[in-house]
Ligand binder design. Structure first.
Ligand code: UDP
Ligand code: MG
Length: 201
């Protein structure tokens, strides 16, 4: 399939006031990069944080060439932060993940394995929502039921924005001019061979 030498991954992490978790996050990302089988960059997208996130990230990024920082001018919301990161990404495959460590970074290894089986888009699917309130689970489920009624596009359940996107889907995504973005729905709409891997939150 793909020769390992040409593999390159971009991790895209939207950041909004994550000062508390950043030191641990950076550590986990370093470990992950070490385990990945190709050259990897990590792109942190600061979405107008008002805490110490940017100051911290500037320092980290300055010392580590594999890390990049995009600073948005204000808070745009995480769909736009994700888009900015994916636009800037230089890897063959881009992996979008939350920064708050609710989703374990090691799952990226499973996403990559599935990608190598030939799936262009690979979702990380939550199998349990431990620690999330009844209310959050209820509203999330309601949201998806409503969404399914409103659209004919297949939007996978129990997946967030934690996913791997291969080069073909990336090319398409970058050409989509949608202003009001629901990134998850856009990937469903595109087609391509998709799969998901389960993980515990
Ligand atoms: N985030 C962002 N901009 C925002 C809100 C959140 O970039 O306006 C980031 C946040 O730092 C995290 C990810 O998007 O990395 C998901 O946010 P959050 O954890 O609040 O979402 P949830 O877990 O509730 O889906
Ligand atoms: Mg979260």
């Amino acid at each position: 399939m793909r020769a390992n030498v040409s593999l390159r991954y971009s991790l895209v992490l939207p950041i909004y006031n994550e000062e508390q978790v950043l030191p641990r996050l950076i550590e986990r990302i370093r470990l992950l990069i070490h385990q990945l089988d190709g050259e990897t960059e990590a792109i942190f997208v600061d979405d107008g944080s008002s805490d110490g996130s940017v100051t911290y990230l500037r320092r980290v990024v300055a010392a580590e060439p594999r890390f990049r920082l995009i600073e948005l001018s204000r808070n745009f919301g995480h769909q736009i932060a994700i888009t900015a990161g994916m636009d800037a990404a230089q890897g063959d495959a881009v992996i979008v993940m939350d920064a708050d460590l609710q989703d374990p970074p090691e799952v990226v290894l499973d996403l990559v394995a599935k990608w190598k089986e030939g799936f262009e888009i690979v979702y990380a699917r939550r199998v349990k929502r431990e620690g999330e309130s009844w209310f959050k689970r209820f509203t999330a489920s309601l949201f998806y039921r409503l969404l399914e009624r409103m659209t004919t596009v297949d939007i996978p359940r129990d997946v967030g924005d934690f996913r791997l996107v291969g080069p073909k889907a990336l090319r398409t995504f970058r050409q989509m001019p949608e202003h009001d973005r629901f990134v998850r729905g856009m990937f469903g709409w595109m087609g391509f061979k998709q799969a998901s891997v389960p993980f515990e939150r």
